[in-house]
Write a protein that binds this ligand. Structure first.
Ligand SMILES: [Zn+2]
Length: 201
């Protein structure tokens, strides 16, 4: 039996860290107030990214949808990470990158680096896609792990409560069983980081 490592991994890209990143000023109007950015790479259903953006916005903080990051195929985890760092929104508290169509998957579906949370959505696909309700199950997995990843990217530690979205899941069953939101102690910590109350569900 293959053990799936599904917790988030912290990775450090030393070269890009030391180079620093400058990019041309965005042509879009600046967003006032704290926000996270959302970017997609490759085959990611816009309905899915919209659900993720709304979930984060309704439970954490405002989201700016930056759309699709153009990248030359075939792309790898490393090239996506490097480009995401180069093009990240410097005004955002953190960025969530939803990636589909990687040529090779990493050891986990989630990576956190340089205030970026990368979620390999293909790895969260239910194995039985004919099962009733699989689309909702898949969407909820991506919502949970995007909210968790962006929280880690903002400096939140992992949580020990089994129902909290920030509890690293050891299996897909645990991932499906945990909540999509932060537990009360994590809510307090996140509010301290943001300097504002979280939206009331
Ligand atoms: Zn928690």
């Amino acid at each position: 039996m293959i053990t799936r490592h599904i917790a988030f991994s912290l990775i450090v890209l030393a070269t890009t860290l030391t180079q620093g990143c400058r990019h041309p000023a965005s042509t879009k109007a600046p967003v006032a107030g704290p926000h996270v950015s959302l970017v997609t790479v490759g085959k990611v259903d816009p309905v899915l990214s919209t659900r993720v953006a709304l979930w984060i916005e309704n439970n954490l903080v405002a989201v700016v949808d930056k759309g699709t990051m153009p990248i030359k195929a075939p792309y790898t985890l490393e090239t996506v990470c490097a480009q995401a760092i180069k093009e990240r929104d410097q005004t955002a508290l953190a960025t969530v990158v939803l990636v589909g169509g990687l040529t090779k998957h990493g050891q986990t579906h989630g990576f956190v680096f340089n205030r970026i949370a990368l979620v390999d959505v293909d790895m969260l696909h239910p194995t039985d896609a004919k099962k009733k309700g699989w689309e909702e199950q898949f969407t909820r997995r991506v919502e949970k792990e995007s909210l968790a990843g962006v929280s880690y990217a903002m400096g939140m530690p992992a949580c020990v409560f089994s129902l909290c979205a920030l509890k690293p899941a050891e299996s897909m069953e645990e991932l499906d069983a945990k909540g999509r939101n932060l537990c009360p102690p994590c809510t307090q910590k996140m509010e301290a980081i943001l300097g504002q109350k979280l939206p009331q569900p």
